[in-house]
Design a protein around this ligand. Structure first.
Ligand code: 5GP
Ligand code: ZN
Length: 111
């Protein structure tokens, strides 16, 4: 989708530190870096949010998020996967992304 920063990252048209990619998903470090591990996992194909995603897309992105956490060494210690949908949740980029956060105690409930 034109003018979508995450589509541009997925197409290697905008810079990002990519930690995993395959034909379906791209995982890259979040610029905001809210935890020692803070990676965003996105589908390559533009989908606005979880509300718009079909089950296959949602499942593929979720499985990739778990893989990123495992490969970063957080399988035992634990991690959080979260996706914001819409204004009350603070979604700021309208391309589905799962945050993967780890490496410090994560407060609950969030925000
Ligand atoms: P949201 O607020 O939509 O749940 O999360 C969007 C996230 O994308 C934020 O944590 C923000 O730091 C990150 N972000 C926004 N623009 C860019 C960018 O151009 N590159 C990277 N790596 N992260 C970005
Ligand atoms: Zn997009």
């Amino acid at each position: 989708m034109a003018d979508c920063i995450f589509c541009k990252i997925a197409a290697h048209e905008a810079p990002a530190t990519i930690v995993h990619e395959d034909e379906d998903v791209v995982a890259f470090e979040d610029l905001g870096h809210r935890a020692p591990l803070h990676v965003l996992v996105i589908p390559r194909r533009h989908v606005a949010s979880l509300a718009e995603a079909d089950a296959a897309t949602a499942g593929t992105v979720a499985a990739a998020a778990a893989r990123v956490a495992r490969e970063a060494g957080y399988a035992e210690r634990g991690y959080r996967v979260v996706t914001n949908v819409g204004p009350d949740a603070g979604q700021s980029v309208p391309h589905l992304h799962f945050h993967v956060l780890a490496g410090r105690p994560l407060g609950w409930p969030p925000g």
